[in-house]
Write a new protein. Structure first.
Length: 350
C-alpha cells in the first residue's frame, strides 16, 4: 500500500485543526497516512492543540515555529524536507478531506505511473453554515497529457485546481522544487504548471475536499486587478523557468497574454456604471494593454471606450446598443470561422 505524507500548515486555525486532522486519519479507510502539523507561531494556541492531537495518535508529528516564517516557507518545510511517502498532500488546517478522497487519488496514481498529480472537485462552504453533503461516489477519472493540459491552462489563464484536492507524486514534487516565495498568492498555480511540464495530469470526478470560506482566507485581500497581475506572474514565471523545455513557449506566451487582455476588458465592462469604479476600470484597461498591446483593436476594447465616453445619464440606455454591437461582432466572427473551416456560409439568426 502506497504511503501518503500529509502536510498541514497552521496559523491561527487551532479551532479547525481537530476537524481537519480527523478528516485525514479517520475518514480515509484503506490509506496509509502520516501527518505533519506545522504551526507557524500561532498566537491562538494552535501549537498546543496540535501537540494534544499528536499525543493521541502516533501517526501525527508536530513542528511549532518559535517565530512566524510565512506560509510559503512552511509549505516548503513540509513537502521538501519532511514528506517521504510515495505521495504527498498539502492541506490547510481550515480545510478538510471528504471520506475516501486519498484512496480515490492513490488508486489513480498507482494505476498510471505517468501521472504526476491528481486533483478533483472541491466543495466550498461558509464557516457559519454546515458543510454540504459530499458526493464521494467515483464517477470516473480522466488522464490528460501534461503538455495538452498545460496548453489548456495557458488558453484559460486561470486556476481551476483546488489545493486541498491535489495529491502529488513525491518524487516529482522534489524534482520540480519548492513553492516560489515570490508568489505568495499564486504559488499553487505556479506549482501545477511546473508539475505538468514533466508529467501527465489526473482528474477525479468526485468531491475530494472541503474549502472553508471565512474572513481570514489568504485570498480575501486581493482585488480583481491584483489577482490578474499575480496570475499573469505565475504564467510568465513558468516560461522563464521552464521555457527551454517547452518548444512552443512563445506561442504559449502570446496565448495567455491575449487571454488576460480579454479577461481584463470583460471585467472592466462589468464594473462600468458602478459607483467609484473609475480607478478599477483604469487599472484593468491598462493591464489589458500591457498584457496585449494590440488589445486596442479588440471589439471589447472599442465597446468599453464607447461606453466610457457616453455620459453616465445615458449609460442605462446605451447598454442594449452595446450588447447588440458585441453580439454583431460575435456573429461576424462565427461566420468567418465557419467559412474558413467548412467553406459555407451559416444561416444568420434574425
Amino acid at each position: 500500500m502506497s504511503q501518503i505524507s500529509v502536510v498541514i500548515p497552521c496559523y491561527n486555525y487551532g479551532e479547525y485543526l481537530p476537524e481537519c486532522v480527523a478528516s485525514v486519519l479517520d475518514d480515509q479507510p484503506g490509506s496509509d497516512v502520516r501527518v505533519l502539523i506545522i504551526d507557524d507561531a500561532s498566537p491562538d494556541g494552535s501549537g498546543e492543540v496540535a501537540r494534544k492531537l499528536a499525543a493521541a495518535d502516533d501517526r501525527i508529528e508536530v513542528i511549532v515555529h518559535p517565530e512566524n516564517r510565512g506560509h510559503v516557507a512552511t509549505f516548503n518545510e513540509g513537502i521538501m524536507d519532511w514528506a517521504d511517502g510515495e505521495y504527498c498532500l498539502l492541506l490547510s488546517a481550515d480545510d478538510k478531506l471528504t471520506p475516501g478522497a486519498l484512496r480515490r487519488a492513490t488508486q489513480l496514481l498507482d494505476a498510471h505511473p505517468e501521472v504526476g498529480f491528481a486533483y478533483g472537485l472541491v466543495l466550498m462552504f461558509n464557516q457559519d453554515e454546515p458543510p454540504p453533503t459530499a458526493s464521494t461516489r467515483l464517477r470516473g477519472t480522466t488522464i490528460w497529457p501534461g503538455r495538452w493540459w498545460l496548453r489548456h491552462m495557458f488558453r484559460v489563464g486561470g486556476n481551476p485546481v483546488a489545493t486541498p484536492t491535489v495529491v502529488v507524486r513525491t518524487s516529482l514534487q522534489h524534482r520540480v522544487g519548492p513553492y516560489d516565495s515570490e508568489q505568495p498568492h499564486t504559488g499553487d498555480l505556479d506549482m501545477w504548471l511546473r508539475l505538468s511540464v514533466y508529467a501527465d495530469v489526473g482528474f477525479i470526478r468526485a468531491d475530494q475536499a472541503y474549502y472553508r470560506l471565512h474572513g481570514s482566507n489568504m485570498s480575501s485581500g486581493y482585488t480583481t486587478p491584483m489577482d490578474m497581475r499575480e496570475r499573469r506572474l505565475a504564467y510568465d514565471g513558468l516560461l522563464e523557468r521552464s521555457g527551454s523545455d517547452l518548444p512552443e513557449a512563445r506561442a504559449l506566451a502570446e496565448l495567455v497574454r491575449r487571454r488576460f487582455a480579454q479577461e481584463a476588458l470583460q471585467e472592466a465592462k462589468r464594473a462600468s456604471g458602478r459607483p467609484g469604479a473609475a480607478q478599477v476600470i483604469h487599472e484593468l484597461e491598462a493591464f489589458a494593454v500591457d498584457s496585449w498591446p494590440t488589445a486596442v483593436s479588440l471589439p471589447a476594447y472599442r465597446s468599453l471606450q464607447l461606453y466610457q465616453h457616453i455620459g453616465s445619464h445615458l449609460k442605462p440606455y446605451a447598454r442594449p446598443l452595446l450588447c447588440s454591437v458585441v453580439a454583431h461582432d460575435f456573429r461576424l466572427w462565427r461566420r468567418w470561422r465557419t467559412v474558413h473551416r467548412h467553406g459555407i456560409w451559416p444561416r444568420l439568426l434574425p
